[in-house]
Design a protein around this ligand. Structure first.
Ligand SMILES: [Zn+2]
Length: 283
């Protein structure tokens, strides 16, 4: 989910999705080895393993700072993700944003992070696209104050929910499929971008193209803590540039001939409230 300025450290919600498929078992002393929350869930051994190793992956992902404008951090993180996807059989490449495709906005970074693109070829027919993003809204240096930690049945850290859990979820879901030798798909494509938090200026063209080439697209943003539902739509953004021109006139001797641009702008801004729909069902 796109959030422009997130200031708080949100609890991870990835386990909602993982819980659909995974067991938690007591098989170690680390929090991730004991399982989250310790609730007995009789599911597959494989799922339990994936869940504990996914927590380690999440720690690795969160421990590399990767703000949208931090190209160096994004390079390191994308290298890590690439290695992990290669290790489970993906054909991986980095894709630099195509300058001709970049959608420039006021906050577009000078150097946009590269994308990680991975392909897994199966024996079936359908094409599935899995997307997540590796950038966060946090600035370099904030990690030291808020490092990754697990407390009870929740994981905390900068970007842990939005959206590093999504990257971990993809890696470990594919690892489980490989372990199960499940290949009944035509192709699974993974695209991890590094500019989602600034409206995907360098990856939106690629995302749109890939979306059109696949039968199904799953965005791996987390669902809400108490929800195990899949979201079919999500909030979007819109930007407009409004130029308001007034008309100068002497405020004392001929005010009726003037037009105050600030009055008109204030009027326009108040009307902008009507462009959003705050009802919960619309979110
Ligand atoms: Zn997000």
């Amino acid at each position: 989910m796109w959030r422009r300025r997130k200031v708080s450290n949100e609890p991870d919600t990835a386990w909602t999705l993982f819980d659909l498929h995974c067991a938690t078992g007591d098989r170690g002393t680390e929090p991730w080895e004991r399982g989250f929350g310790g609730a007995p869930r009789a599911r597959s051994h494989l799922g339990g393993q994936a869940k504990s190793t996914a927590a380690r992956t999440l720690k690795d992902l969160v421990s590399i700072e990767s703000g949208s404008g931090d190209r160096e951090g994004l390079d390191r993180l994308s290298a890590l993700i690439s290695d992990r996807l290669k290790a489970i059989g993906g054909q991986v490449e980095f894709i630099e944003p195509n300058p001709a495709d970049i959608y420039h906005m006021a906050d577009t970074p000078k150097e946009i992070g590269r994308m990680v693109h991975a392909r897994f070829t199966g024996t079936g027919t359908r094409k599935i696209l899995l997307i997540a993003h590796m950038d966060t809204v946090y600035l370099r240096g904030m990690l030291a104050q808020q490092p990754f930690r697990i407390d009870g049945n929740r994981a905390y850290g900068l970007g842990v929910s939005d959206d590093k859990q999504g990257v971990a979820l993809i890696i470990h879901t594919l690892a489980m499929l490989k372990e199960m030798n499940f290949r009944d798909y035509g192709q699974i494509t993974v695209l991890i971008n590094g500019d989602e938090e600034v409206s995907s200026p360098g990856s939106r063209a690629m995302l749109t193209r890939l979306g059109g080439e696949h039968d199904f697209v799953f965005s791996n943003e987390a669902s809400r803590v108490a929800s195990d539902r899949l979201s079919l739509t999500t909030a979007g953004i819109g930007a407009v540039v409004l130029n308001v021109q007034g008309k100068a006139s002497h405020a004392g001797s001929a005010p009726e001939q003037g037009r105050n641009a600030l009055y008109e702008l204030a009027h326009q801004i108040l009307q902008m409230r009507d462009l959003s729909d705050p009802r919960p069902a619309s979110r």
